[in-house]
Design a protein around this ligand. Structure first.
Ligand code: SAH
Ligand code: SF4
Length: 380
């Protein structure tokens, strides 16, 4: 387990924070840039490797600071090139990070929380309950670990990680400050220099924090929609009861207009067999989104044990996509990657030390239903 010390961890500090740190130890601010490059560009965690930092300052840094990423518990590589890391965070829980290479693109899917309190009905992370928010160092640490693992970058691309999506475990807007700091580091030239269009925050719709977002950062926004009306969305995405569809779509529109450029919202829609995959849902969705500048990403459900849901047939997926396409939307279907290493969307479970005891309740209820089924009694 990662132990905590009273040294300050420099890994999660943004440039202004790093400058403040150097101020506080009576050193010049330009040291911030030097040290950040060592950490993020070269993956260094040892002050002695920082050859442009004098010995006296290195000793001072060693006494007061450290560079500590989350502990890597395992790293798996799928037959399709997808990689998955399981990392342990300070709370003792484990979270997952996934790298998906696709042509010239390399997308890193990063976790923001150990578990998730929001309990969407089809999400295995939600079924793990909630344990803790990741620190900024633990969020950016996932990029740091992945980046370091690519000793040399494939010849087809100029860097291994071209895109980052906050679509791993957890609801990023419920860990606002740490996620914002980490996303600044993803985009900062002293960090990973990824363009703002290629850093995406995905949310299930935490409206007050969507409203707060534009004041702090300019990144691409994705909304997990999953249903075209409030009645169904209330069932699938419980936070919809607090912030219904119209309210959440309005706040996404405000976010995009406040950034002052032509923006496109990504709509994520997990397709669940016989639940939200019918033609009538596609028709209702086209109507709902007719005035929203968006592209739609359909995610065929990725099964996990006892979920109670199934993935629709390819025909049903195509019919859904075709309707939206004919209605004028840009619609893609997310191909499932890394299935052999359980790295697909919604399959990320980590090893959450559940505080809410939701996982226990979930397993107990599923077990009751399974017993009822095998006795010929209909479970729900
Ligand atoms: N909490 C955030 C980000 C993490 S989830 C959010 O909900 O947007 C990333 C995406 O994967 C979301 O759109 C989520 O709904 C989807 N997802 C969750 N479980 C899934 C599953 N079993 N199959 C397919 N997609 C899933
Ligand atoms: Fe949390 Fe997102 Fe999963 Fe919903 S889909 S439970 S918000 S991680």
């Amino acid at each position: 387990m990662t132990t905590s010390t009273d040294k300050i961890n420099l890994l999660g500090l943004t440039q202004p924070e790093m400058e403040k740190f150097f101020d506080s130890i009576g050193e010049k601010r330009f040291r911030a840039g030097q040290v950040m490059k060592w950490i993020h560009h070269f993956g260094v965690d040892d002050f002695d490797a920082m050859t442009n930092v004098g010995k006296a300052l290195r000793e001072k840094l060693k006494a007061r600071a450290e560079i500590r990423g989350p502990e890597v518990v395992s790293e798996d590589i799928s037959s399709d090139g997808t990689r998955k890391w399981v990392v342990r965070v300070a709370s003792g829980s484990c979270v997952e990070t996934v790298y998906i290479p696709q042509g010239k693109r390399g997308t890193l899917c990063v976790s923001s929380q150990a578990g998730c309190a929001l309990d969407c009905s089809f999400c295995s992370t939600g079924k793990q309950g909630f344990n803790s928010n990741l620190t900024a160092a633990e969020v950016i640490g996932q990029v740091w670990i992945a980046n370091k693992s690519f000793g040399s970058v494939p010849a087809t691309i100029d860097r291994a990680i071209t895109n980052v999506v906050m679509m791993g475990m957890g609801e990023p807007l419920l860990n606002f400050d740490n996620v914002i700091a980490a996303m600044h580091l993803m985009m900062d030239d002293l960090g990973y220099g990824i363009s703002k269009r290629r850093v995406t925050l995905s949310t299930s719709g935490v409206v007050p924090m969507i409203d707060e977002l534009a004041k702090h950062i300019d990144v691409s926004l994705a909304l997990s929609l999953h249903a075209p009306n409030d009645a169904l969305r209330n069932e699938l995405v419980p936070i919809n009861k607090k912030y219904p569809l119209k309210v959440v779509l309005d706040s996404c529109m405000r976010y995009m207009s406040e950034l002052g450029e032509k923006r496109v919202l990504t709509i994520e829609y997990t397709l669940l067999k016989d639940v939200n995959d019918k033609l009538e849902h596609a028709v209702e969705m086209a109507e709902l989104l007719k005035n929203v500048p968006c592209k739609i990403n359909l995610i065929p459900f990725n099964p996990f044990p006892h979920s109670g849901y199934e993935r629709p047939s390819n025909n049903a997926i195509r019919r859904f996509q075709d309707h939206l396409h004919h209605a004028g939307f840009n619609v893609t279907v997310r191909t499932t990657r890394g299935e052999d290493i359980d790295a697909a969307c919604g399959q990320l479970v980590g090893q959450v030390m559940d505080r809410t005891r939701r996982s226990e309740r979930y397993i107990a209820v599923r077990q009751l239903n399974a017993d009822a089924d095998s006795n010929g009694v209909a479970g729900n």
